[in-house]
Design a binder for this molecule. Sequence first.
Ligand code: NAP
Length: 282
Amino acid sequence: MNISGKTKIYGLIGNPIENSISPQIHNKLAEIFFLDIAYVPFKINENDQAKIFSALRQLNIAGVNVTSPYKNLDLKYFVAADENVSITRSVNTIKNVDGNFFAFNTDVYGIEKTFECHAIEIYNKNVLIFGSGGAAKSVLYAAAKKNPKTIYIANRTFEKAVQLKKILGPRFNVEIKTIGLDEIYSLKNIYLAVQATTVGFQNNSSIVKEASFFKNVEVALDLIYNPWETKFLTDARKFDAKIINGYEMVIYQAIKSFEIWHDVRINKEIEDELFFYMKRFV
Ligand code: NAP
């Protein structure tokens, strides 16, 4: 990387961000495409959105990814938003064009690719989603599009799960039920359980307190990839569930962001090169 006054700056905003692998993904892709860009993490301590957008404009940052806990950005800061953002209200990619901001959600694509990579077929099956933050919204949307039988949403703050159902529920002909975290143990026949909370990130905790819950789960997906196998996944594995982490999701959401920012297409050959390269960071 040869940084000069002409180098365009991209990055990631969130907190924590120290262990994100997005910089490695984007800087590798930049190298492959010979782009004069640098992608850097920006740790933001305060959810002051006016200040965030003012900083992006002042510093002429060409684009950022957005991670926890900032995906619920106010759409008033954007001149346009893609369909995924309009539906989920969750933004993970911002493009800055001459001080005008455009909002995108590439997490939905990351989840859909994860389903594809692992042959996850949820049509007419039961899905349980833990969480109601930015990532859970994208999971709910990606899942609802596949017409499952029932989607259960379990979240610590019950009211947020109710809100999520209110926003997305009417768009789909799918039964959506909000439940408390203590009610998950009475569920039966869960084909897919998706862990979309921050619990278990860089520590050994799990949103599921009694591991025997997994005896009723066929596939467990945790959006976290650090640690590689969270307690949620280890417990699921003990009860013979198929386990999947957030690795494909983080790579594919990044690929889509990269395509949006730089107007390029990433073909299968480049995807394979990237997956091979990224293994050393996880
Ligand atoms: P977020 O918007 O900040 O939402 C956090 C969620 O976690 C909320 O549902 C929150 O519940 C719940 N939560 C936090 N602390 C909790 C606790 N102690 N006990 C129970 N629930 C708790 O975060 P996000 O952007 O949705 O991200 C969620 C996770 O997904 C993160 O770990 C992130 O790294 C991961 N993720 C991965 C990818 C990927 O590409 N692999 C992409 C996106 C996100 P309340 O509503 O009660 O606060």
